[in-house]
Ligand binder design. Structure first.
Ligand SMILES: NC(=O)c1ccc[n+]([C@@H]2O[C@H](COP(=O)([O-])OP(=O)(O)OC[C@H]3O[C@@H](n4cnc5c(N)ncnc54)[C@H](O)[C@@H]3O)[C@@H](O)[C@H]2O)c1
Length: 513
C-alpha cells in the first residue's frame, strides 16, 4: 500500500513535469531514423521550439546534416542550418544521446523480407539501441508503419523486460503512424491529422499533449493496435483501388473506351467516389508493402484477406504489361524490341520526387533490357540508379536530340520538370503510361488506357477530340466550383488542374504514402 501510494505520487509529479516541459518547450526529443519520415518530423519538432537530437545509423546522412545539408525534398538546407545554429537540432549516430530525451520517436524502415513477409528487424534494432539509455518517465513513440501488435510486442514488452519497468508507470509507449505524402504541396507533417494510440490511457494523454503542442489536429484512438491497423488500411484502400483501375485499363483499351475520359467523368461525382488512375505499377515504401503487413497479421490469426493478394498481383503485373505493349507498338512502327533504342522518361515512383524505392520504372527498365532493348533514362530528380545487375545507370539530359534519337520514349513518371510538348515534337513514338501528354499537340503518342487502333495517328485524332471535351469540362467545372465556393482555395484549384492534367492529386498508381 505504502509502495503503491508512493508510486502514485511519483506518477503525478512525472505527469506534471512532462506537461510543464511541453508547455514551456523545455522538453527534449530524440528522433531515431532520419529518412523521408524522421527528418521532416525532427525539423517540425525543432521549429516548434523543442531541442531535438536526431540519431541515424547512416553516418553519411548524419555528416550531411552536421554540414547543414538536407537530403529530403521539402526540407531546405537553410532550415537545417538555422535550427542547428539555434541549438534546436543536432544529428549523430550514438544512441547515448537518448539519455537526455523525454520523448523518443522511432521512424526506421519496415520493408519486406525476401520471402515477402514483414521485416521489423530495424524496429527491433532501434528498441535495443535506445533501451539502455531510457530514463524513467520517458515516452517512446513508434511511427514506422507496421502490423497490428508490433508496438506492444516489439516496443513495450522488450523495454519492460530489459528495464524491469511497467508501461504507464515508469515509461510510456504510443503508436502514431506517419501519413506524409512526399512531394505534396498541400499536406505536410503539421496539417495532416495525426492518429495516435497509447499502451495505456496515461501513455495516450502524454502522446496527445506532445503532438498536440505542435501539430494542427490529433486523432486519438483506443489502442496502439487500432492506430497500426488504421495506417495499414489507408494504404490497402489505395492499393485495391489502384488495382481495380489497372485491371480495367486493358479491358477499356479492348472495348474501345478511353479510360482517362471515363475516370474524369466519374470524378465529377461530388460524393461517394474518389479517383484513382492507371499507370506502370505501384512504388514507394507504402502502397506495395503496407497491405502485405496487414494480410500477414490477419493470416497469423487465421483470416485470409483475398482482396490484398489480388490487388498485389494485379499491380505487380503492370510493368510486364507496359513492356508487352511497348513491343507491340515498336512492331506496329516497323521496328522490334531487339536493339531498339528506348528512353525511359522518369525513374522515380511518382511525380516530382527522387524516391526510387519499389519504383515500377526499375522493373520496366530491367524487362526492356532483358528483352534486348538498348535502354537509357532521363529524370530531372534522379541522376543515377543502381541497376539489377549491380552496375550504375546515369541519367541522360532531356533534350530534343535525346527524344529524336529514340525508337520509343516511354513516360514512366509524370514529373512536371519534363517538357512534354518538346518530347511530342521530336520523338518518333511515345508510349505515355501516365497521361502526362494530355494537352500536347501533334506527335505520335499512345497513351496507356486509350482504345487500341493499328494507326497511332488515329489515336492522336481521338486525343484531340478528347482534349476539346476536357477543355469544356474544365470550363464547366470552374464555373460550378467558382459559383459554389470560389477558386481561391489551393486544393480547389488543384482539382480543376486535375481535370486538365488528369491525375494530379490522386496518386493513381503512383504509390503515394
Ligand atoms: N517515405 C514515406 O513516404 C512514408 C510515409 C509514411 C510512412 N512511412 C513509414 O515510415 C517508416 C520510415 O520510412 P522512411 O521512408 O523514412 O525510411 P527511410 O529509409 O527514408 O529512413 C529510415 C532511416 O532510418 C535509419 N535507420 C535504420 N535503422 C536504424 C536504427 N536501428 N537506428 C537508427 N536509424 C536507423 C536509416 O539509416 C534511414 O536513414 C517506414 O515504416 C515507412 O513505411 C514512410
Amino acid at each position: 500500500m505504502v509502495e503503491s501510494s508512493k508510486h502514485e505520487g511519483n506518477k503525478e509529479t512525472q505527469e506534471r513535469t512532462t506537461l510543464q516541459n511541453i508547455n514551456n518547450r523545455s522538453l527534449k526529443a530524440a528522433v531515431i531514423g532520419l529518412g523521408y519520415v524522421g527528418l521532416p518530423m525532427a525539423v517540425e519538432m525543432a521549429q516548434a521550439g523543442y531541442q531535438v537530437q536526431g540519431i541515424d545509423i547512416d553516418g553519411a546522412k548524419v555528416a550531411k546534416l552536421v554540414a547543414g545539408k538536407s537530403y529530403v525534398i521539402g526540407i531546405e538546407n537553410k532550415a537545417v542550418q538555422s535550427l542547428t545554429g539555434a541549438g534546436l537540432f543536432m544529428a549523430g549516430t550514438d544512441y547515448a544521446a537518448v539519455t537526455h530525451a523525454d520523448v523518443i520517436v522511432i521512424c526506421v524502415p519496415t520493408p519486406l523480407t525476401s520471402e515477402h513477409q514483414p521485416d521489423i528487424s530495424f524496429i527491433a534494432a532501434a528498441v535495443d539501441g535506445i533501451t539502455p539509455y531510457l530514463q524513467e518517465g520517458s515516452l517512446v513513440i513508434l511511427e514506422s508503419t507496421t502490423y497490428p501488435g508490433t508496438t506492444e510486442e516489439r516496443v513495450k514488452q522488450p523495454i519492460e523486460v530489459a528495464k524491469g519497468w511497467k508501461v504507464g508507470q515508469q515509461f510510456h509507449v504510443c503508436y502514431s503512424p506517419e501519413r506524409v505524402d512526399p512531394g505534396s504541396v498541400h499536406y505536410g507533417v503539421k496539417n495532416t491529422p495525426k492518429i495516435i494510440g497509447g499502451s495505456t490511457p496515461t501513455c495516450l494523454s502524454y502522446g496527445k499533449a506532445f503532438y498536440g503542442s505542435f501539430l494542427n489536429e490529433i486523432v486519438p484512438v483506443s489502442s496502439t493496435t487500432v492506430a497500426e491497423t488504421a495506417k495499414l488500411f489507408e494504404n490497402t484502400f489505395r492499393s485495391v483501388n489502384i488495382a481495380l483501375v489497372n485491371e480495367l485499363t486493358p479491358a477499356c483499351e479492348q472495348m474501345g473506351v478511353n479510360i482517362w475520359e471515363v475516370l474524369d467523368a466519374a470524378a465529377t461525382k461530388p460524393f461517394g467516389y474518389m479517383p484513382f488512375y492507371p499507370g506502370p505499377g505501384i512504388g514507394g515504401h507504402c502502397i506495395p508493402i503496407d497491405p502485405i503487413y496487414l494480410s500477414w497479421a490477419a493470416g497469423r490469426q487465421g483470416s485470409e484477406l483475398q482482396f490484398i493478394s489480388l490487388a498485389d498481383a494485379t499491380n505487380r503485373q503492370m510493368p510486364e504489361r507496359v513492356v508487352k505493349r511497348a513491343a507491340e507498338l515498336l512492331e506496329q512502327n516497323g521496328s522490334s524490341m531487339q536493339g531498339a533504342r528506348i528512353v525511359l522518361a522518369g525513374m522515380a515512383y511518382k511525380k516530382d520526387i527522387d524516391d526510387l524505392r519499389e519504383s515500377p520504372a526499375l522493373d520496366v527498365y530491367r524487362l526492356l533490357t532483358e528483352a534486348g532493348a538498348d535502354v537509357v533514362f532521363t529524370d530531372p530528380m534522379v541522376p543515377v540508379f543502381r541497376k539489377h545487375d549491380g552496375t550504375v545507370a546515369q541519367a541522360q539530359p532531356a533534350s530534343p536530340a535525346l527524344w529524336a534519337g529514340a525508337d520509343l520514349v516511354i513516360i514512366t513518371t509524370d514529373h512536371t520538370g519534363f517538357n512534354y510538348q518538346e518530347m511530342a515534337d521530336h520523338a518518333k513514338l511515345i508510349f505515355d503510361t501516365r497521361n502526362a501528354t494530355a494537352g500536347c499537340v501533334g506527335g505520335n503518342i499512345v497513351v496507356l488506357g486509350q482504345p487500341i487502333r493499328p494507326e497511332v495517328n488515329v489515336l492522336q485524332g481521338m486525343k484531340e477530340i478528347h482534349e476539346l471535351q476536357i477543355h469544356e469540362n474544365i470550363r464547366v467545372s470552374q464555373k460550378v466550383n467558382g459559383d459554389k465556393r470560389g477558386l481561391t482555395d489551393p486544393i480547389e484549384a488543384d482539382s480543376a488542374t486535375h481535370l486538365k492534367h488528369s491525375h494530379e492529386n490522386s496518386g493513381g498508381s503512383h504509390g503515394e504514402s
